[in-house]
Ligand binder design. Structure first.
Ligand code: ARG
Length: 600
């Protein structure tokens, strides 16, 4: 039997109650809310005190609109709600209760426990998966580091957010395509080539070596303008396809990719398409022609631009006076190319908020172009391309030495996190078999979680003492909870079944866990809808917190109420709960991009 969507049912009954009690309210539709199923559903809240109910609709907000007293409204609607429910044939698992301006839904805990646990234990990691996104294509561009520059922490958050979003959308049945758009083109490569020819090692170069050269030529060029001329000439040669110069550029790419790939492997980051800015070199002229044809371009101080009919936005630069194309030109060509290739429903760009204006400009140009060309609305990119922005990562600490040019190398961060994790494991569990592997899982998990522990638009303060704290709100805490669950499962030598006596799971701690588990599918949807993996991160902390309370629960005599006890029936009921939490914790961590160790 499929799980009942309690929330939906309650919303439906409440909407019906509103329509019966306040039949006039639909006449006010034009100006105010429509009290239909969807509206009620969207506005259901979680009561602060879970004893009050599972969901609550805040009627007091609509007292003015309904021209009635909030308590009265709540009482009338609750009453009607219950009447309506009683008249339906199915057994209904909730009751509506009016409390201080709210209508609360009290759900029959035993039914919810049974439905939720049965579903989790049968579907396992597929619980919460859906086919909602079936037939929908969503491009997720993330990471996109720059060639010949180290993978710094500047690219950490995009990598982690994007990788997680790709997993979340896949869980919901979308065809999510992860794209890595490398910064492999631009005039800076002229400088790189000159520097390499002058000072570079012949072989065994690392990205750090290349970056040294880059920093050096920058410094020298400030004194010696000739170098800039040389760099321009070298870039021109690269553009013209000069064999030797192209080979050098390829060499830089190879070295860089080898390092990037090592980091992606360490962190378990996946892509479906690795591309780069250079891929668009032969695709920009066409876009420029279209824009000219549409009469959208103009010349300003020798440069080719598109004026945007938005006072907030500076014009979009297509070509500099010397004819060189720009970052924005490539993004325009790239977006049109992606559209032709994928006909996506959505194209996400997971890029820091520093580039907000850039993306507004790019999307605006596309919008103007499509309108000028009279492209039918259902065939437009406009509205489908989205900048998924995020805040800064602040490394306000002294434990990390920055290497050249003030960049903090991501690999250094990971290595340090792994080393710290290893120390902790040795301290806590020196007999653990695969310490190396576990330390890697925990170190990487800590770094990943640090990026998802706040809403994406907020800044992250990376603090070494915090991110690895096994008791704090961290990745290792969640992993540790998972290992604890696995250990319980190992110590219970019986099979875990869902054919249990659900009425035994009645204490408050157990109820809270079941409620969280029951909420998981909706939460994954919310995370997708808001492009916000942090919802899942926060959820997992709550679930783990609820489990740990249950784990440490004391009986009336003050002794720990052990999960595995002599009471066989109770133990098997509780172990079903344990198994369900373990499944969801592991799946939630997976959606964030974090591995769940069985022992640590
Ligand atoms: N490589 C760029 C950077 O490091 C980010 C690319 C973002 N994506 C894009 N389509 N512009 O700043």
């Amino acid at each position: 039997m499929a799980k009942i969507d309690f929330k939906k049912q309650f919303a439906k009954a409440t909407a019906q109650a509103f329509q019966t009690v306040y039949p006039d309210i639909f006449k006010k539709q034009g100006e105010e809310q429509v009290f239909d199923n969807e509206f009620i559903y969207e506005n259901l809240e979680k009561p602060k005190d879970p004893q009050l109910g599972r969901f609550a609709f805040p009627v007091f907000r609509y007292a003015k609109l309904l021209n009635d007293n909030p308590n009265e409204i709540a009482a009338k609607i609750a009453h009607k709600n219950n009447q309506l429910i009683k008249n339906t044939s199915e057994s209904v698992p909730f009751e509506a209760v009016a409390t201080g301006g709210f209508i609360n839904a009290k759900i029959n805990a035993e039914i919810e426990a049974q439905q939720t646990l049965e579903e989790i234990l049968t579907k396992s990691s597929e619980y919460g998966s859906s086919k909602k996104g079936k037939g929908h294509k969503i491009l997720v561009e993330y990471s996109s580091p720059n060639i010949a520059k180290p993978f710094g922490i500047g690219h950490l958050r995009t990598t982690i957010l994007g990788n997680s979003l790709r997993r979340i959308f896949r869980k919901l049945g979308y065809e999510a395509i992860g794209i890595n758009y490398l910064g492999d083109w631009g005039t800076q490569f002229g400088k790189m080539i000159v520097a390499y020819k002058k000072w570079g090692k012949k072989n065994k170069n690392t990205v750090a070596d290349l970056y040294d050269l880059y920093v050096k030529i920058h410094r020298e060029a400030e004194q010696d303008n000739k170098l800039n001329d040389e760099a321009r000439a070298a870039f021109k040669k690269l553009e013209d396809g000069d064999k030797e110069i192209t080979a050098l550029w390829e060499y830089f790419k190879t070295i860089s990719w080898a390092e990037f790939e090592r980091i992606y492997n360490l962190m378990d980051i996946e892509f479906d398409w690795v591309t780069g800015e250079s891929f668009l070199n032969d695709k920009m002229e066409q876009v420029i022609d279209r824009l000219k044809e549409a009469k959208l371009t103009s010349i300003s101080e020798g440069a080719l631009i598109v004026e945007l009919d938005d006072p907030q936005l500076p014009p979009c630069l297509l070509k500099k006076a010397d004819g060189a194309t720009l970052y924005a030109t490539r993004d325009l060509a790239g977006l049109l190319y992606r559209w032709d290739k994928y006909k996506f429903d959505e194209a996400l760009y997971v890029v820091g908020s520093a580039q907000a204006v850039h993306f507004k400009q790019v999307f605006k140009v596309i919008d103007l172009l499509e309108k000028a060309e009279n492209i039918p609305e259902n065939n437009r990119i406009d509205g489908r391309a989205k900048h998924i922005d995020f805040g800064w990562v602040k490394f306000g600490d002294k434990m990390m030495s920055t290497r050249q040019g003030n960049i903090i190398f991501l690999e250094d961060v990971i290595n340090k996190a792994v080393a710290l994790a290893k120390e902790k494991i040795k301290e806590k569990n020196p007999d653990l078999k695969n310490i190396e592997e576990t330390a890697l899982t925990i170190g990487v998990g800590a770094v990943i979680f640090s990026q998802l522990s706040v809403r994406r638009q907020k800044d992250v303060n990376f603090d070494w003492n915090e991110v690895l704290n096994f008791e704090g709100e961290t990745g290792p805490y969640l992993q540790y909870t998972h290992a604890r669950l696995c250990s319980l499962i190992r110590n219970y030598h019986e099979e875990i079944v869902s054919d249990i006596n659900y009425s035994l799971l009645h204490n408050e701690e157990e109820k809270r866990i079941i409620e969280h588990l029951s909420d998981f599918p909706e939460l994954v949807h919310e995370a997708a809808k808001n492009y916000e993996p942090n919802f899942i991160a926060t959820y997992l902390l709550k679930l783990s917190g609820a489990f740990n309370k249950f784990y440490q629960r004391k009986k009336e005599d003050g002794k720990i109420d052990k999960i595995i006890s002599d009471d066989k029936e109770l133990t098997s009921a509780r172990m079903a709960l344990v198994k369900a939490v373990q499944i969801i914790l592991k799946e939630g961590l997976y959606l964030l991009g974090i591995k769940a160790p069985e022992e640590m």
